[in-house]
Design a protein around this ligand. Structure first.
Ligand code: GDP
Ligand code: MG
Length: 188
């Protein structure tokens, strides 16, 4: 079975762990150590294809930029999360995306997620703002809730589809580009 490496990113507190754990273990966690960075495995079936997912729930605790670069480079699909009740977390994502684009080459499978959509009365980011940002990123967009499970499966399905599509289209491309590039080395 093919394995797909996904990376969940975004500012602390937006619900990266809650979304990941809701997807993998079908439960909503209200207290989860914000410094824990862990990876989860889950099988998925998308469009009739079985895949094993390796999902990295990041915590922004890496001490060296090189470590972040490394998991960005290894990641094949990216889930960029903000919280609809915290505008700063929305504003943080442009820089994060730029970092990803610096490390990766070509089309990067990616989805923008506005989490905590259940907290509508506290909303600080309109759905239209999410739509617009996703358009500027050239990626998909979903509002979601790790609490109510709104769109949790859909986030992963969408990014897996993009990885499938990219593998089909860019395979030879990547090989060509790979030659002579990516000479950065990581020293620990
Ligand atoms: P992380 O730092 O991005 O991993 O954020 P966490 O997953 O630890 O979530 C931070 C806090 O927000 C926790 O108390 C969660 O229970 C809460 N939370 C996460 N997602 C949602 C959601 O969709 N709705 C609501 N109401 N709370 C959420
Ligand atoms: Mg977390």
């Amino acid at each position: 079975m093919d394995t797909i490496k996904l990376v969940v990113m975004g500012t602390g507190g937006v619900g990266k762990s809650a979304l990941t754990i809701q997807y993998v273990q079908q439960q909503f966690v209200t207290q989860y150590d914000p410094t824990i960075e862990d990876s989860y495995r889950r099988q998925a079936n998308v469009d009739g294809k079985n895949v094993m997912l390796e999902i990295l729930d990041t915590a922004g605790t890496e001490q060296f930029k090189a470590m972040r670069d490394l998991y960005m480079r290894n990641g094949e699909g990216f889930i960029l999360v903000y919280s609809v009740i915290a505008l700063s977390t929305f504003n943080d994502l442009s820089e994060l995306r730029e970092q990803i684009m610096r490390v990766k080459e070509g089309d990067v499978p990616m989805i923008l997620v506005g989490n905590k959509a259940d907290l509508d009365s506290q909303r600080m980011v309109a759905k239209a703002q999410g739509d617009e940002l996703a358009k500027s990123f050239g990626c998909g967009f979903l509002e979601a809730s790790a609490k109510t499970r709104l769109n949790v499966d859909e986030i992963f399905t969408e990014v897996i589809r993009q990885v499938f599509a990219g593998r089909g289209i860019n395979k030879n491309d990547n090989k060509k580009r790979g030659a002579g590039k990516k000479k950065n080395c990581v020293i620990f």
